[in-house]
Design a protein around this ligand. Structure first.
Ligand code: NAD
Length: 286
């Protein structure tokens, strides 16, 4: 079965659907004939995307939801099942970035990132999985990790930590679904490489300490954006890999795959983390 045959007519719930990868997944899901539930804290962004998708003849609903708030995610699940239908695809996608040395990171930025990137994914699982299990119809659960989920990078420690956490959570969840015999549920981890989005512009920084190093890292990451993949093209790759039954869904299979191989090699050889010369901060350049 291809992606259209698998997903057409089903309901997709996507958190962080207002921009970037989430919006790309929503546009592609709508194009496949899915009803799309757009969840985000940015009410204007999801209202505009809903209007765009409806104009193209798709069925879309926008629901403002802060994934940090479990009651809000529970409400999202309740409304979806009551007003729209059983979920065929849940994408726990909302996520934010943070730049700067860990010792300079504002405590509130750390907390916000953990609440969104890690607890937000758990909230999605906790609110939707019981309903998906009870419904008993085929369903897919995608959690957004990252190439950063298999890499280590200086000046982005909270983000990298959160993406390792989401990958481990998702791997454990896949085992638990097998353990409990819920064979109709496909748990998969999405590891994007570089996909065009707003994540680096809206990322947190530092207010005291080495602000220059934090902002230089933001600039370095914004540079990568020039070669980033289009989010709808990325979504197409992810959907196609999902229906192929892969667990690790990679937007750029070669690029992300080589990072996975490198990580495996580091762990196998028990090498200490070593800064690459390209990662060294040169104050003279900034
Ligand atoms: N863009 C990339 O290259 C890339 C690479 C690897 C992983 N990812 C992951 O993909 C996911 C999406 O990132 P993106 O690059 O599209 O980012 P983005 O900033 O373009 O979009 C993120 C969306 O999430 C929403 N959001 C933020 N906080 C929220 C909250 N508390 N509740 C609900 N929604 C919230 C934002 O309003 C925004 O619409 C993230 O989990 C990110 O870590 C992105």
């Amino acid at each position: 079965m291809n992606a259209r045959e698998t997903f057409a007519g089903g309901v997709a719930v996507i958190t962080g659907a207002g921009a970037g990868i989430g919006a790309g997944l929503a546009r592609h899901a709508a194009g496949l004939g899915m009803t799309v539930v757009l969840a985000d804290i940015d009410a204007g962004a999801i209202a505009a995307l809903r209007a765009e998708l409806e104009q193209q003849g798709a069925r879309a609903v926008d629901i403002v939801c802060d994934v940090r708030d479990f009651a809000a995610v529970e409400d999202l699940a309740e409304r979806t099942y009551r007003e729209i239908g059983p979920v065929r695809l849940l994408v726990n996608n909302a996520g934010i970035e943070q730049f700067g040395y860990l010792w300079d990171t504002p405590v509130e930025n750390w907390q916000r990132l953990v609440d969104i990137n890690v607890s937000g994914v758990f909230h999605g699982v906790r609110a939707f999985l019981p309903k998906i299990i009870a419904a008993g119809s085929p369903a897919w659960v995608w959690n957004l990790s990252s190439i950063g989920g298999v890499a280590v990078v200086p000046l982005q420690a909270p983000y990298i930590m959160s993406k390792h956490a989401v990958l481990a959570l998702t791997e454990c969840l896949a085992l638990e679904v097998q353990h409990a015999g819920h064979d109709h549920i496909h748990v998969q981890a999405v590891l994007p490489g570089a996909v065009a989005s707003n994540i680096f512009e809206s990322a947190g920084g530092v207010t005291d300490g080495d602000v220059g190093a934090a902002e230089a890292q933001r600039v370095a990451m914004l540079d990568i954006k020039a070669t980033a993949m289009d989010p709808v093209a990325a979504a197409e790759v992810v959907f196609d890999q999902a229906v192929d039954g892969r667990f690790y869904l990679l937007t750029q299979p070669e690029y992300v795959g080589s990072a996975m191989a490198e990580r495996a090699d580091v762990l196998r050889s028990q090498r200490a983390p070593l800064l690459r010369t390209t990662q060294r901060f040169d104050p003279a350049k900034h």
